[in-house]
Write a new protein. Structure first.
Length: 96
């Protein structure tokens, strides 16, 4: 089990300020996490492919295919202000 000094050391490294009543519960939680990691380390994972998700994700991205953009007039039609040349959005300059 992780002791009080280890919790305070980790908290200091993470720049966390812990109240006195948070130290013991955090020690228990961190110990449980490390126990789970140790258990995973004992598993025979020979031949198991690494994954990025616990379930298979399909169709997350569409094919990257070019198509026509909106006409400039349509894109700018809802803008509060358009630049003087009519080619883009007009935004206020930063206040000094």
């Amino acid at each position: 089990m992780i002791d009080r000094d280890e919790v305070l050391h980790v908290a200091r490294l993470a720049r966390l300020r812990l109240r006195e009543d948070e130290i013991e519960p955090l020690a228990q939680e961190l110990s449980a996490i490390l126990d789970h990691i140790a258990h995973i380390g004992e598993l025979d994972l020979e031949g198991v492919e690494p994954t990025t998700h616990v379930v298979e994700v399909t169709g997350a991205l569409r094919a990257d295919e070019p198509w026509e953009s909106l006409p400039r007039e349509v894109a700018l039609s809802q803008a509060p202000r358009v630049s003087d040349d009519g080619k883009g959005f007009s935004v206020p300059s930063p206040q000094a």
